[in-house]
Design a protein around this ligand. Structure first.
Ligand SMILES: [Zn+2]
Length: 1004
């Protein structure tokens, strides 16, 4: 920064002080917020300021000798990339790789890698066109965002004078073109990931002060996902927000926008998303601070996965959030992800990676995993240079280098701050302009002591800010020999003094073992930033090799038991029962046989656990609900760091005696047709809680009985569980029912109706004549077949065969006043885990009535976003699903007349609009699946389907449901022909009791 710039800033500061506006103070040496952007506690040090040492440097060296150093030979889409003049991929693959290659090359200062890196810089600069756009494709908004990251890195480390003009010219191009060609019009990925673009725009603004860049940032902000609102409560105008990579990448966007908005919602978004009480951690959080998502967010399951791309993006997002917010917990998270999830997803020699990381992964085989993306295996959990979809093998390269780059930060008062501990060295200008070097000498996180050695040519005063982890209660800090006081957990501790050459800071972070409670009351253990997993003997099999055997795809199977339950007396004090064993630091601590720290404790085999799933042999079953009793003998088991394991058990059943207050148990509430119970579905409660359920009836129906834990408590309209015992509970409401013969309401508002009576008599269905409009047909996709059940025709629609139907293509929007989709289904669950499958799908997921395959939970989608019920439809149960969307966008779903979803959407429904992503497949109405994606196929039987361009009223819906029941009952060969309600007649009322009886199954 020159003197003119400094004077200008001082002038601005004076003006803002007078105006009582936010004041931006700046680090004098490094890229800092320039007014009107608000001050950040920390600032980014240029690439090259931080080097890795010890075990951490070894990770970078392994990347150089492994996947990063050989990526251009291993992968055609990188080695022959259109970005460097080749004929292969012109989108994200090459830029992803270069974003990791460049920091790796310069942190290692490796001349061979630097030579490779130069090619990716020069070809991009040479590709810039007169209008400022660059790269192999026109308006390639998303991949260009990645390129801007590494152009900035390269500028910081080399000072190449071509870079700033290159970026200025491109940003000018964006400013001129984004109004007419938005991020979303390039791709939903660009809309989701616009925060990356804002990052480099604001960085350049801080460098140059060009006010046009703020206009560009505003424009980008307006076109990017509303992540702040999504992280708060799942709402907002968003593209693929549930996508696990977007979800971790999007975290940077609100904090970056906070610099401009000074809005508490933007400031708080990061911790809303990542805090343990936030909805994301509550619904799909993991012990390594990641979320489960394959690729959409899934749930808390122990064998759900998270994606390697998401892991590295999360590290980068945390580094940005920590810089802007200065919240120490964000540094804790960054270490946890980098020291557990990242190495846990890489093979120990970094010659292989995994697409998905699973918390419990007792084997890595190329068997069916049932995940939405690469559900049929594709080595998604096997160490390989080719694992799953090709994004991760291209993108993961920046994980370790960018972690190292951001371990240290400058501060707004010309000091230095530790973002993450680990063996490293920072060289930076501090205080009044003196360059210092601080060596961070440590084997952290495998050891609890850290020494900072200061090297400086002359004494210099500056603040040194040390992150005190939230997990550490008794941190000790000594400067030279004097002990510091007032060191508190979960804060930044500042040592502001004059530092001389040879000064040192000695830090001890005592690491207590902490337990945490996960799915089915399973137990996970952490010590310091490390999560621990069972050491399982490994049996490796090579299944493919590449580059003369230097790289391999391998399967790993367990050669010892993995189904243990932990026997710890007091879960609040696990140290009492666990021995910590340290051994010499090896070259690579993230290797099971060399793990330098182990936990040894008592465990018992759990014989009711330890299986792999029947239909998904690649995945273990969930730990059974704890606490539980095991009569097996105590055995000593060894746990090692999660990141050191290739195969692992991390969530263990609990076989100890503790009555831990964190254990929770389910109450499952159900109602048969005729009324409802509130709240409906399964909720989890702490023992000792009180919980009241209320029962109400539909018009004409009365309460018959309420069954609590198997006992009839009578025809009560309300029931309270008092002082819940620590066990699962059930409550079921039954009704006396009256049903009319019904009718089809508002025929003029039917957009599409299909009558199962119009199906062919047998075999594969080529076409299904529509009842409304008469004379049209649905055209099969793949091989849906007719199945006759109790004399009634159904479509047998198979997920596994990608079955479904396509209806006509629409070129224009359909005006509507809300919408209604009613369908008869008999679902059959499978273990694969697409987030949803489509029963009725209008215009590629603009409006969907569907179901999750693995759970039989009903799912609805509006404009890409989705919400599921917590209610499960039993397998093979004839069920009438009714989705009613009001013109305001408010949606409700009824299963056999019982409300199971109520969702207040933010977008109205006054037209059904074909999804305009430029693809032809988006303009169809489909039954049984969506148009392009085979994995969206519903599994089970489909009967009558009605799609309305209006919101049916309650009585209209009930009329239609009654009509459908009457049709089903009208068949002569009904097997449910008993007088269920005992009124002396076999009639509609009995059918209602049967068809809608949630009691016919124990399926929760
Ligand atoms: Zn990926």
């Amino acid at each position: 920064m020159n003197n003119t710039q400094i004077s200008f800033i001082l002038l601005l500061l004076a003006l803002f002080t007078i105006c009582n506006l936010h004041e931006a103070s700046a680090n004098d040496y490094y890229n800092s917020s320039r007014s009107p952007l608000i001050e950040t506690p920390f600032v980014r040090l240029p690439l090259g300021s931080v080097k890795a040492d010890g075990w951490l440097e070894q990770q970078l060296t392994l990347q150089k000798d492994g996947l990063t150093g050989h990526a251009e030979e291993l992968y055609g889409d990188i080695g022959d990339s259109a970005w460097t003049g080749g004929s292969n991929d012109s989108w994200e693959r090459g830029p992803y790789y270069a974003k990791g290659l460049i920091p790796l090359a310069y942190i290692l200062n490796d001349s061979a890698l630097i030579t490779k890196a130069q090619k990716w810089i020069d070809s991009v600069i040479n590709s810039q066109r007169a209008d400022g756009d660059f790269g192999p494709r026109n308006k390639n908004w998303w991949p260009n965002m990645i390129v801007l990251y590494y152009m900035r890195d390269f500028y910081e480390v080399t000072g190449d004078t071509r870079i700033i003009p290159f970026m200025e010219k491109y940003f000018d191009f964006q400013l001129n073109n984004l109004p007419s060609h938005s991020l979303e019009s390039e791709s939903g990925w660009a809309k989701a990931r616009g925060g990356d673009n804002i990052d480099t725009v604001l960085w350049l603004y801080n460098e140059t002060g060009d006010p046009d860049l703020l206009d560009l940032a505003d424009l980008l902000d307006g076109q990017t996902n509303d992540w702040a609102s999504y992280y708060a409560d799942g709402t907002g105008d968003n593209s693929y927000p549930e996508h696990i990579v977007n979800n971790n990448q999007g975290l940077k966007r609100p904090v970056l926008w906070y610099l401009r908005s000074d809005d508490a919602a933007d400031r708080d978004a990061f911790m809303n998303a990542t805090g343990k009480d936030g909805w994301l951690m509550q619904t799909c959080g993991r012990i390594d601070d990641m979320w489960n998502g394959t690729e959409p967010l899934t749930d808390l399951g122990s064998t759900q996965g998270t994606e390697l791309c998401a892991i590295v993006e999360r590290i980068l997002s945390n580094s940005i959030a920590l810089r802007v917010l200065g919240t120490p917990a964000i540094g804790d998270q960054m270490e946890k992800v980098a020291y557990n999830a990242l190495p846990g997803d890489l093979k120990h020699d970094i010659k292989g990676l995994r697409y998905y990381s699973l918390v419990n992964a007792p084997k890595n085989t190329n068997e069916n995993l049932g995940f939405q993306q690469n559900g049929d295996g594709h080595n998604a959990v096997c160490p390989s240079p080719h694992s799953g979809y090709g994004c991760c093998r291209s993108n993961f390269h920046f994980g370790w280098p960018k972690f190292v780059q951001h371990m240290w930060m400058g501060t707004s008062d010309n000091g230095l701050a530790v973002a993450a501990y680990g063996p490293s060295q920072v060289t930076a200008t501090v205080g009044n302009g003196v360059q210092v070097t601080i060596d961070q000498v440590t084997d952290y996180p495998f050891r609890d002591t850290i020494t900072l050695n200061i090297t400086t040519a002359s004494s210099v005063s500056f603040p040194l800010k040390l992150r005190i982890p939230g997990w550490c209660d008794n941190a000790e800090i000594k400067v030279n020999e004097s002990t510091m006081t007032g060191v508190n957990s979960d804060t930044y501790y500042t040592i502001d003094r004059s530092w001389s050459n040879g000064d040192s800071v000695n830090i001890t972070f005592p690491m207590k073992i902490k337990s945490s409670v996960w799915i089915n009351n399973s137990i996970g253990l952490q010590r310091g930033p490390l999560v621990y997993s069972l050491l399982i003997e490994e049996s490796w099999t090579e299944t493919a090799s590449y580059l003369d055997g230097l790289f391999k795809t391998e399967e790993i199977r367990p050669a010892s038991a993995w189904n243990y339950g932990l026997n710890i007396a007091d879960l609040d004090n696990p140290d009492a029962d666990i021995t910590v064993v340290e051994s010499a630091m090896p070259t690579q601590p993230f290797k099971a046989s060399d793990a330098p720290v182990k936990l040894v404790l008592n465990a018992k085999k759990v014989l009711t656990w330890g299986d792999f799933r029947t239909h998904l042999p690649g995945r273990a079953t969930e730990p059974p609900l704890s606490p539980l009793v095991s009569n097996e003998p105590n055995e000593q088991v060894t746990l090692i760091p999660f990141g050191s394991t290739e195969i692992r058990t991390t969530y263990f059943p609990y076989v100890g005696k503790d009555d831990d207050s964190r254990f929770k148990f389910p109450i499952s509430a159900k109602a048969v047709y005729g009324g409802s119970i509130s709240p409906f579905g399964t909720e989890i409660f702490e023992p000792g809680a009180d919980k009241t359920y209320t029962i109400s009836t539909l018009s004409g129906c009365t309460i018959k009985s309420v069954i609590v834990d198997g006992v009839d408590v009578g025809a009560v309209s309300s029931y309270t569980f008092n002082n819940l015992s620590p066990a699962p509970h059930t409550i079921i409401a039954k009704f006396n029912v009256t049903v009319s013969n019904g009718s089809i309401p508002r025929p003029a508002d039917i957009l599409l109706a299909c009558d199962s009576d119009d199906l062919p008599d047998s075999g594969v269905i080529d076409s299904w004549a529509t009842a409304v409009p008469a004379g049209d047909t649905l055209v099969k996709i793949e091989t849906p077949e007719v199945e006759i059940i109790d004399g009634k025709k159904f479509v047998d629609n198979s997920y596994f065969e990608y079955d479904g139907f396509r209806y006509k293509q629409y070129s224009e929007s359909i005006p509507c006043t809300g919408a209604s989709a009613i369908a008869v289904v008999k679902p059959i669950h499978g273990d694969n885990t697409p987030a949803w499958t489509s029963i009725v799908d209008v215009f590629y997921d603009r409006l969907v009535l569907g179901m999750q395959l693995n759970t039989n939970k009903v799912v609805i989608r509006r404009n890409g976003s989705w919400v599921s019920s917590n209610v499960v439809i039993p397998d093979n149960k004839t069920t009438i699903l009714s989705l009613i969307v009001q013109p305001t966008g408010q949606c409700k779903v009824y299963a056999d007349g019982v409300e199971i979803i109520s969702d207040n959407s933010t977008s109205d429904m006054t037209a059904l609009v074909p999804y305009s992503n430029g693809e032809d497949f988006t303009s169809y109405i489909n039954i049984g699946r969506n148009n392009p994606d085979g994995w969206s196929a519903f599994n089970g039987k489909i009967g009558d389907v009605f799609l309305y361009k209006t919101a049916l009223t309650t009585s209209e819906r009930q009329d239609l449901e009654a009509y459908i029941i009457a049709k089903l009952l009208g068949n002569s060969s009904l097997k449910y022909d008993s007088d269920l309600n005992g009124d002396g007649r076999v009639d509609l009322d009995d059918f209602a009791l049967f068809a809608r009886d949630w009691l016919k199954t124990t399926h929760l």
